[in-house]
Structures are given as C-alpha cells and as structure tokens.
Design a protein around this ligand. Sequence first.
Ligand code: COA
Ligand code: ZN
Length: 309
Amino acid sequence: MNVATVEINEVAPRDGFQIEAAFVPTQEKIRLIDALSRTGVARIEATSFTSPRAIPNLHDAEAVMNTIERLPGVGYVALVPNEKGAERALACRADELNLVLSASDSHGLANLRMTAAQSLEGFANIVSLTRGSDVFVNAAISTAFGCPFEGSVSTLRVLTLVERLLALGIQGVSLCDTTGVADPRQVAERCEAVLSRWPWLPLTLHFHDTRGMGLANALAAWQSGVTRFDAALGGLGGCPYAPGASGNICSEDLVHLFARMGVDTGVDLERLIDASKTLPGLIGHETPGQVVKAGPADRRYPQPAGVGR
Ligand code: COA
Ligand code: ZN
C-alpha cells in the first residue's frame, strides 16, 4: 500500500538538541520552534520533561513550552519518561505526551533506569492523569529494531509491547530505531506485522541514519502503509545513553524525497531549508543534511562560460 499523504513530526528541538555538546539558549530554541511552526509540519516535539541531570540541554523545558507560539493545526509534543515528566508536560499544556520506553531492558536501564515492565507501570498512572482531557498519548518504543547492548529485538517482543500499551489506553505508537540498525526488509516486516494486527493504529516510524539506511528504511515503511514519520531538521539527533548513536533522518531530505515522488507532506521545503540553514549558528558545527547543501534536485546551474553547444 502506498499512501499519497504523510505527516512529519519534527524532532530536532528534542532529539537533536538533547545530544549537542553546546546548550542552545532558550530564546534560540523558541525562535527555531516558531520558525518550524510555519513550515507545515504536522507536529513538533518541542522538548522533553526529563531529569535535568539526565538531559541537561533540555532543563529549560517549561520556559520553552510556555513561550513558543502555538499555531492552529500544529501539535506541540513533549517527550516524557515518567509520571513526574507527565505532570510537568501537562502543566505546560502539551498537546501530546510521547511516553518513552525501551524494547530492550539493558537500554531501558541505561536510558531511563527502568525496564519495560517498570515503564509500563508508570504509564498506567500517566494515562489516568490525562483522562478527560484531549491530550493525545503516544508511546515511543526505543530499540524496536535492535539494541546496542543486547543485539536483536524480536518482532514478538515489539508486538507484545504494542499490545500492552494499547491495553493501557495509549492512542499511538512509535517504533524507534535508536542506533540505526534496521534494514528495509526488517522494517517492512515489522510495520506489516503491526499494521495487519492494528490497521487503525496511528503508527509513527522514527529512524536514525547511523549507518546510511535511514531514508531507505523510511521508504520501506511508507511502502508498507506507514504515514507518520519523525525526522530532525539538519539530521541532528541521538540518544545520549545509546553508544554510537547519531542523527535522525533529516527532515528536509525526507520532505524532498517525498516531494520528488509526488507524496504530499504539507511542508514548504524552502522554509524548512531556510530553518535548517540557521542550525550551524546555534550548535557550532555543520549538519549532516544533504539537500540543504546540494539544493533540491531541480536546482539548475549556469553553464560554464565558453562552453558552447
Ligand atoms: N523531570 C524532572 N526531574 C525528575 C524527573 C522528571 N521527569 N524524574 C525524576 N526527576 C528527579 C527527581 O525528582 C529526583 O530529584 P531529587 O534528587 O532532587 O529528589 C531525581 O530526578 C531522581 O529521581 P528518580 O525517580 O530516582 O529518577 P532517576 O534518577 O532514576 O532517573 C529518569 C530516571 C527517567 C528521570 C531519567 O533517567 C531521565 O530523565 N531519563 C531520560 C533520558 C532521555 O531522555 N533519553 C533520551 C531520549 S530517548
Ligand atoms: Zn531518536
């Protein structure tokens, strides 16, 4: 199944900034999120409500969430690891909580100090906190395609976790390839396994391009019927508690890919590229994104002088 419309969830303000060596000043984060709100992305993962000891770069989560401009039609998402994070995010009027757990307990313990079972216990309480509100509750399964400590993670493990999450009343699920180990065949199999069982599920795929397979994996997911993708401006990103982690698939490269194929993302590529050009000034280094350097594929150059036809 190929679908003509996809939604982009922009995660650079969270997945991107969390791993940078430099702290991006709060005002600069807000300015970037406000620019991203005008690009046409469906959602922006604006920050995370994590322990400031675990993720010091996002210790300003309240200031960011309370100051950004909220544009209608854009969902403002916050990543949340536990009940305390959920209370903080709800107090700041997040539209969506993205609850994070790990498919592999060794990564869960390194990243969250929790096994998947312990995360699920906390999620049950978080769901009750949101009952009666219109906050969307998503859960992101880290290491859903493989773990840097344990290696392979089975499809059965992922399906069991999805089943438990849905039984708790969680509304959407993301499968995250935290360290870029997935390959397109595995992605197709896993997406089809989930979507054949829960065809109505808002399923998001979250890829890192650690081994150059990110866009191929996104394409494989789309060909399997997935319509929701996380991506980070400039290709920033990475989990500080996953050895060898590197950037997410790059938003402008993904939007460009879909645009070339006639798939509507609703995103204005030029605006996204303009926003991406501001990143090196914020983080102090070049970004891995390709289209921001090469320009879109329909870019044309003047012929060199003196070359006749
Ligand atoms: N926000 C702010 N502070 C929090 C918090 C939250 N969501 N959760 C816990 N804390 C504080 C507690 O209040 C306590 O503070 P104190 O020492 O001043 O009393 C301290 O952190 C320890 O609390 P505890 O519940 O024992 O947490 P922990 O040290 O076991 O850490 C997490 C668990 C989940 C909070 C932490 O590992 C974390 O934030 N991980 C996020 C990792 C991440 O975002 N990775 C990348 C994205 S996948
Ligand atoms: Zn990630």
